[in-house]
Design a protein around this ligand. Structure first.
Ligand code: ADP
Ligand code: MG
Length: 634
């Protein structure tokens, strides 16, 4: 019978698995048990849909058996099984997310030691076995099939015998080598402890023939008349997992540890979650939930690959693996489980989206997550800062997304760099330490905190002794525009907004200056053409000669962000305003040239404009021309 070839990418992955030097080879068991559990979930679902089948929850089981002489470990289930086509499909190619992600990470140069982070799935059996046989009979099919592979060479599928629906995965454990020991996986106690460690929460019973021994009375007595005892061993069929889902267990230190294990195994994280949120509600909506806040974003968090969503169970039956409607998008980093008897098993995604019950649960969970983050911010600020380093960007995106509809939920969770305190502060902390007479929340954007803090426009705010927030992330400008007001205070962009610092006198003064220099400003504007939309005498500059600001909806920082987008076509740009300091010697020189040598004044205008671009961190349109122009003045 002809062997089939694995698809190319599967082959490569298999090769990695077979030759794996990964130290946590034992995860193969967790993966196979998880597949068995998935298959039973599916069968259980069928059983509920079709009561005629006469199957109940108690009928389902997973069995682990060992044959030390044949060196095999078998994981069996009476789940949904696989047809011949499904075997070909599911075991012959990389079909699913975890393995695919793993392969992608490897292609991008990651070390194979990162295996544990991914749901490496079925192929992980090849880390410990040199031959794997899968015998399966699918629900609704009369024929069973056998899939056999001894690695990269390929696999074969033939018809075989299996009485009932379900699947056996038989692993022929590798021989020990000098470097690696595989025999441990043939020892019952080792397998038991692996089940305890990784699969205890699996909701289906995992059975194993377990040898136990005890001293028993023989019925005879010794010389002293004492009953004689002998050590009797017996093997019995035992359930080796506790089967209680972690979210059903009462909180305790022990259970917290289990929850952490559950989290790490289920969501492939190395680190414990920084928070576990439990909820148990009855009434309008009845549910239990266990939510986890990860310490750090997974490697693919800010990509399209990341799949958010909580697992939704109904009375212990999984009805949706990634239900995205249980939490708002901005909290998509939260992992966990919701179990509610209120949902019917065959509810579709579409119907679920509009379900009232679901909306009520979602509203509650959102509140819980928010409350937990606020608690952390208050009680464990360092921990919160760690969280914020990874997920702050998500919270900011959340403010901007969806037309700012979540800004009230998120604004008090944000942190910004304070110029005065030189550390991250909340908007509340900023407002609480506001100065007498100050009625705005000032912020300024730059490429880095220190560059933002040093911008010439900040001088009047510094002179007043007001604190301001330094922003350096591309999304920040959008966030501030979206929030606009916080606790009755207007957010003020130092570079582009009216600072509200000038008194009436100063305002009049400033208007007079524009008038006084009208011709020069007009000339500058003409000289610069469509590069600028306006040229004016600045009210913000003290020591420095020029600065660029913008008018209209797009600020310079926003333009910089647009420039980073791959399909930037130049259309999204700020309307620049060139601001001049009339008290600066450069302005005097400009004025002189304007009256004596228009050509020179034109050159100066261009240089001033380019200088201002440099200060703003914008690229020069023509760096060579700029340089030539500066040096021509020598
Ligand atoms: P994943 O579990 O992430 O889908 P795996 O590599 O673990 O990926 O398994 C691949 C596929 O093989 C599964 O999606 C499932 O369709 C099928 N499969 C594996 N084990 C079993 C099993 N015991 N019973 C039924 N189908 C199975
Ligand atoms: Mg799997």
């Amino acid at each position: 019978m002809a062997k089939k070839q694995f698809k190319a990418e599967s082959k490569r992955l298999l090769d990695i698995m077979i030759n794996s030097i990964y130290t946590h080879k034992e995860i193969f068991l967790r993966e196979l048990i998880s597949n068995a559990s998935d298959a039973i979930d599916k069968m259980n679902y069928k059983a509920i849909e079709n009561p005629d089948l006469g199957l109940t929850r108690d009928d389902f089981r997973i069995d682990i058996s060992v044959d030390e002489n044949a060196r095999t470990v078998t994981v069996s289930d009476n789940g949904i099984g696989m047809t011949k086509e499904e075997m070909d499909q599911n075991l012959g190619v990389i079909a699913h997310s975890g393995t695919l992600e793993f392969k992608k990470a490897l292609d991008e140069g990651a070390e194979s030691s990162i295996i544990g982070q991914f749901g490496v799935g079925f192929y992980s059996a090849f880390m410990v076995a040199d031959k794997v046989t899968v015998v399966s009979k699918a629900f609704g099919s009369d024929t069973a099939f056998k899939w056999v592979s001894d690695g990269v060479d390929g696999y074969s599928i033939t018809e075989c015998q299996r009485d009932s629906v379900g699947t056996d995965v038989i692993m022929h454990i590798k021989a020990d080598t000098d470097a690696e020991e595989y025999g441990e996986f043939l020892r019952s106690y080792r397998l038991q402890s692996l089940v305890k460690q990784y699969s205890d929460y699996i909701r289906w019973p995992i059975h194993m023939m377990v040898e136990s021994g005890a001293w028993k009375e023989t019925g005879e007595t010794d010389e002293d008349g004492k009953p004689k005892e002998e050590y009797v061993t017996a093997t019995e069929d035992k359930i080796i997992n506790s089967m209680v889902p972690v979210w059903m267990k009462k909180k305790s230190e022990e259970v917290d540890k289990e929850c952490n294990e559950f989290y790490k195994t289920k969501y492939r994280d190395f680190e414990d979650p920084i928070s576990i949120i439990r909820a148990n509600a009855e009434g309008a909506a009845t549910y239990r939930a266990m939510l986890f806040i990860p310490a750090k974003p997974p490697y693919d968090y800010y990509t399209r690959e990341f799949e958010p969503g909580l697992q939704l169970y109904s009375n212990g039956v999984l009805i949706m693996d990634k239900c995205e409607d249980l939490l708002p998008f901005c909290f998509r980093f939260v992992r966990g489980v919701v179990d509610s008897p209120d949902f019917s098993l065959n509810i579709s995604r579409e119907v679920l989206q509009h379900d009232r019950q679901l909306k009520a649960i979602s509203a509650n969970l959102t509140k819980k997550v928010k409350a937990e983050l606020l608690r952390m911010l208050k009680d464990e600020p360092e921990k919160y800062k760690g969280f914020y380093a990874g997920f702050g960007r998500q919270l900011k995106y959340g403010v901007v997304d969806d037309y700012g509809s979540k800004k009230d939920l998120l604004a008090d969770l944000l942190l910004f760099q304070s110029y005065e305190k030189n550390e991250l502060v909340t908007l509340d902390q900023y407002v609480d330490s506001i100065k007498e007479g100050q009625n705005r929340i000032y912020y300024v954007s730059g490429d880095t905190f220190s560059q933002a803090a040093a911008l010439p426009q900040t001088e009047p705010v510094k002179d007043k002794g007001y604190d301001f927030l330094c922003l350096a992330e591309d999304v920040d400008g959008f966030v501030m525009r979206s929030i606009r007001q916080y606790r009755d205070m207007t957010l003020c962009d130092i570079s582009n907004d009216d600072l509200g610092i000038e008194g009436d006198e100063e305002k009049k003064d400033s208007e007079a200056k524009q008038e006084e220099n009208k011709d020069l400003l007009e000339f500058m504007k003409e000289a610069l053409g469509d590069k600028v939309s306006n040229v004016k005498i600045s009210s913000k500059l003290k020591k420095h000669a020029v600065v660029l600001s913008s008018e209209g909806g797009i600020t310079i920082e926003m333009e910089k962000y647009f420039r980073t987008l791959p399909d930037y076509d130049g259309s999204m740009h700020a309307s620049y305003v060139l601001e001049l300091n009339d008290a600066h010697p450069a302005f005097e020189a400009l004025k002189k040239a304007f009256s004596e040598d228009k050509d020179k004044a034109k050159k100066m205008a261009e240089i001033m404009y380019d200088q201002a671009r440099i200060i703003s961190g914008l690229p020069l349109d023509d760096p060579v021309a700029y340089s030539d122009m500066v040096l021509s003045l020598f």
